[in-house]
Design a protein around this ligand. Structure first.
Ligand SMILES: NC(=O)c1ccc[n+]([C@@H]2O[C@H](COP(=O)([O-])OP(=O)(O)OC[C@H]3O[C@@H](n4cnc5c(N)ncnc54)[C@H](O)[C@@H]3O)[C@@H](O)[C@H]2O)c1
Length: 315
């Protein structure tokens, strides 16, 4: 690879993707409008160029490809990535997540990019009876956010079929780790940590028995970079992979582990559950494991301790 365009590279996952690419000696161009990302997250290496701009703006996207003519791979992460706001403004969600994705794909197609990795979500599945959820499960999203990510997937796969583009779709479970904003899709960990560090009572939406599959960000970015670097391992064109730990953790259990990582103990306040939330989510990663020999390496406890340390360092 010459140069990788990372959309959303100032955000949580995008900044870690950039860090790993830089560590491996790749040049990175970040396109981000800083709506939820932060310049502080951007790797200061001279291998990184930051372009402040919006993926909804076709001119900005095509100008970014034109000015950085050697971009030959794209990791598309820029998105409205929260379920709640997607219920309040599905139009905004559609605009960023679908329109923005099409702009990025058009840019990639016109500028001879060879490889596109698209970040999708477990939110595309909705409620699934058979757990762990495999990539073959039918998609029935419960929120406009999930619909927009699924539509993005379909555009990405269609571009893979139509043009000379290697595309991979990664469906992330609940990603966590340093630099995650409390407002993101899986921000429950950051929210709890902030509440515990401040000494306020943590709030659980629903009965706390809902389960999630929490995967550490460093493991997620290894999967992203595998899709860029090991295209020879991909078994069939336009693949979709879950990126997960195949482990169910209830929100109550998560809070318990966090209390021990922070060294504080609080009884949570239970409030009404959020609309559009999936009750149980637990994804199989066997496809990623078979093709890339990928497995999550960071245990939940270790990831939580690293994340708590990061937020403590900010106070
Ligand atoms: N965090 C998770 O648990 C999770 C789970 C599943 C999928 N995802 C997906 O992973 C991707 C990254 O999520 P994240 O958690 O890092 O979120 P994030 O909000 O930290 O990062 C998104 C980045 O995109 C930028 N952005 C948003 N709208 C933009 C626009 N119109 N133009 C340019 N830049 C824009 C933001 O400023 C931010 O830097 C998203 O596509 C999200 O849907 C995340």
């Amino acid at each position: 690879m010459n140069k990788v365009l990372v959309t959303g590279g100032a955000g949580f996952i995008g900044s870690h993707v950039t860090d790993l690419l830089v560590e491996k000696g790749h040049e990175v161009v970040i396109l981000d409008n800083l709506s939820s990302g932060d310049k502080k997250n951007i790797n200061p290496s001279s291998l990184v160029t930051f372009v402040e701009g919006d993926v909804r703006d076709e001119k900005t996207v095509s100008e970014t490809f034109r000015q950085h003519a050697t971009i030959d791979a794209v990791v598309h992460l820029a998105a409205q990535s929260k379920v709640g706001p997607s219920l309040e403004s599905p139009q905004n969600d559609l605009d960023i997540n679908i329109h923005g994705t099409v702009n990025v794909l058009e840019g990639a197609r016109k500028h001879n990019v060879s490889n596109v990795v698209y970040s999708s979500s477990a939110a595309v599945y909705g409620h699934v009876e058979v757990l762990p959820v495999s990539e073959q499960a039918s998609a029935a999203p419960l929120s406009p956010y999930g619909v927009s990510k699924l539509a993005g997937e379909e555009y990405v796969k269609a571009y893979g079929r139509l043009y000379d583009l290697n595309v991979s779709v990664l469906r992330f479970a609940n990603v966590f780790g340093p630099r995650q904003s409390a407002a993101t899709e899986a921000g429950v960990i950051t929210i709890f940590i902030e509440q515990l560090i401040e000494g306020t009572q943590p709030t659980i939406q629903g009965d706390g028995k809902q389960t999630r599959d929490f995967v550490y960000v460093k493991d997620v970015v290894r999967a992203v970079v595998d899709c860029l670097e090991k295209t020879d391992k991909i078994a069939s064109p336009n693949p979709v992979y879950n990126v997960s730990t195949e482990t169910m953790t209830s929100v109550e259990e998560l809070l318990k582990q966090l209390c021990s990582a922070v060294g504080e103990n609080f009884d949570p306040l239970y409030v009404e559950e959020r609309k559009g939330d999936i009750k149980h989510s637990y994804l199989s990663y066997s496809k990623l494991s078979e093709e890339f020999d990928w497995a999550p390496e960071t245990k939940l406890e270790e990831g939580l301790v690293n994340t708590v340390e990061y937020y403590r360092s900010l106070t």
